[in-house]
Design a protein. Structure first.
Length: 201
């Protein structure tokens, strides 16, 4: 398997490349905007690690790891071969205790339930798999203090988001707009305390 690590010249990327090279038979390629810097980092690791531009590293890769916190896109959709997997780095929600993530069936948006923040964070999903907050504050929807949202489910048509509101023992509903924003539909139920899990069709 060919693994491309973009941001591989940074400390995390170098450590990941070294670990993969030592523990697997995978072909590991470090990608950077500067091919010379990528080749230098690969030489320092040794083994079978290669260095290349981001584009050359991604083309033909089976797995692309974005080991960078860059806000500038480092990969383009046309570089990624069909069937390849992309792993994006962590994206902060700016909220407290994100504990569950769901993705719309159409793959355009993702939402986290922030238990301590009493909120829902929405993310757009780019064609390369990277995530970006829909709202700079991280609060796409607010359920209020003490709401403690725990679980989420998206309807089969990707038009509705349902949230288990543990602090009130209810289920909140939201309409998912074309831009990913959430329109509140209200809360229903008097669920038993300790109810966990939520499913939708």
């Amino acid at each position: 398997m060919r693994v491309a690590i973009l941001g591989g010249t940074g400390s995390f990327g170098r450590a990941l490349a070294a670990r993969l090279a030592a523990a697997t038979e995978d072909e590991v390629v470090i990608g950077s905007r500067d091919a010379g810097r990528a080749r230098e980092a690969a030489r320092a690791i040794g083994a079978t690690v290669e260095g290349a531009t981001n584009e050359d590293a991604v083309r033909g890769a089976d797995l692309v790891v974005l080991a960078t916190s860059s806000h500038i896109p480092v990969v383009q959709q046309e570089w990624i071969k069909a069937g390849a997997h992309v792993i994006s780095g962590a994206v902060a929600t700016n909220q407290g205790a994100p504990c569950w993530l769901v993705v719309t069936k159409n793959g355009r948006y993702a939402y986290t339930a922030n238990a301590a923040g009493g909120s829902i964070s929405g993310f757009s999903i780019a064609p390369d798999g990277s995530l970006a907050l829909l709202d700079p504050s991280g609060a796409t929807a607010s359920l209020g203090a003490g709401s403690h949202p725990l679980d989420e489910a998206v309807s089969g048509n990707s038009r509705f988001l349902y949230v288990l509101v543990d602090g009130r023992h209810t289920i909140a509903g939201y309409r998912i707009a074309d831009d990913g924003s959430l329109g509140p539909l209200g809360e229903v139920g008097a669920l038993p305390p300790g109810a966990v899990g939520l499913a939708s069709s």
